[in-house]
Design a binder for this molecule. Sequence first.
Ligand SMILES: Cc1cc2nc3c(=O)[nH]c(=O)nc-3n(C[C@H](O)[C@H](O)[C@H](O)COP(=O)(O)OP(=O)(O)OC[C@H]3O[C@@H](n4cnc5c(N)ncnc54)[C@H](O)[C@@H]3O)c2cc1C
Length: 457
Amino acid sequence: MHCRRRRRRVLNNSLGAEAPLCGWGRYPVVNCAVATPRDTDDAARLYAGDVPIIARGNGRAYGDAALHSPGVLQTERLNRLLDFDPANGLLTCEAGVLLADVIAVFLPRGWFPLITPGTRFVTIGGMIAADVHGKNHHLVGSFCDHLLWVELLLPSGDILRCSSQANVDLFAATCGGMGLTGTIVRAAFKLAPVETSLIEQWTHHAGNLGEAIALFEANLDQPYSVAWTDGSASAADCGRSIVFTGKHLGAGEGPNGATSSLSSRPPSPRRVPFDFPPAALSRSSVKLFNWLYRRSQRSGRSVVDLYRYFYPLDALLQWNRIYGRRGFLQYQCVLPLDEAAVGISRLLQEIKRHGSASFLSVLKRMGKASFGHLSFPFEGYTLAMDFPATASQLHLLDRLDAIMLEHRGRLYLAKDARAASATIAAGYPKLEQFRAVRRQYGLQGRCESHLSRRLEL
Ligand SMILES: Cc1cc2nc3c(=O)[nH]c(=O)nc-3n(C[C@H](O)[C@H](O)[C@H](O)COP(=O)(O)OP(=O)(O)OC[C@H]3O[C@@H](n4cnc5c(N)ncnc54)[C@H](O)[C@@H]3O)c2cc1C
């Protein structure tokens, strides 16, 4: 984390002194007391303290989902791999294990996560709590669609195994439930076999949003697809994008037919050394960045390393410092298929009218809705954009909310830091079912975050 803060005194099973803490967007900053339990017994003792607690993984949610004053239970020491069954790719581990560690251990053995977000610096608990989606949601769904079970530590100290067969209601509330049903301590989920650590990528330039959507629809059989959308395009080119599709390369399909290996290593990362000043992200620099990026991407086939394909941002550690100390907001919504073209173009035009431009905008095709009560994905298109956290941008995002709701959309809780509770309630029809589970298991008032209080979850 890169909030300005005093060194935290972190204790195992009791909370340390309060100190400022934030999510990846560095907005908001909240005084939190953190504990890092060594094991589940330690974690259970923390709940016995009667203080409302929220679990925290690696702090990659952008907003306030993993913040709470006072109690934060950080899972970094619940980080053991417990079992792996090579017959079916089933991995059992503790919830604080980092996805980066899963990949480092299993990719050389020919296994890769079925679902991965755009960073590997997330924990398995955080992936379940946000029910994360990857570039393949249109075909295989979200992380929890491949989750066999979780073991959930409740404030009572009980640990319940939840799955699609046992404690089903609690399972549906936990998958995408943003940590509000207790602390996930262990989980079992599927990895997929891969023959190489390479991706065959196709790059397609789209002149506007309609062309981009047509490219997604024409490539629905491709395992992976994602588009970079030019946040600085003019009204005439609104939605100008580059759509990247991809699939894992098979053995022997490498460049020039060479047998490829599983030996990829993540590139040596660089680090953003300081907080950029606000002027660094002016409209003209956003325009220049997007222009350079567009020019650098050649149409056609290429073979790229899996780390470069899935995790380009991980090559630049602490890239959130580019937005400076004031932090930034990621706005991610999903719109249903029949509303996506008009709705997304209205969102982009509203941003233009406001005189803003997102530094990085990403468009993805989503498939069938996931089963979690608060899971984000449903069939349609999702657009994610970044804006500096200023009063003027906050007003803009309120206007985007109104447009998004007119088109029957929904915001992603893992990215949110500022929406109104009514906006979230309008987008999540199963919110009442979620609240009922929270009531039934005595979770309200015991399992709380800054986000849950703000949105009255
Ligand atoms: C660069 C970047 C790219 C991203 N790309 C994607 C993407 O492509 N798709 C996508 O879906 N998301 C994406 N995300 C969001 C990210 O995957 C989620 O926010 C994820 O939840 C972060 O995991 P974490 O371990 O850092 O959790 P944290 O940020 O620490 O916590 C996130 C939520 O999980 C809960 N939680 C964490 N651990 C536990 C636990 N053990 N038990 C119960 N609850 C827990 C917290 O209470 C909180 O509500 C991206 C984020 C970044 C920074």
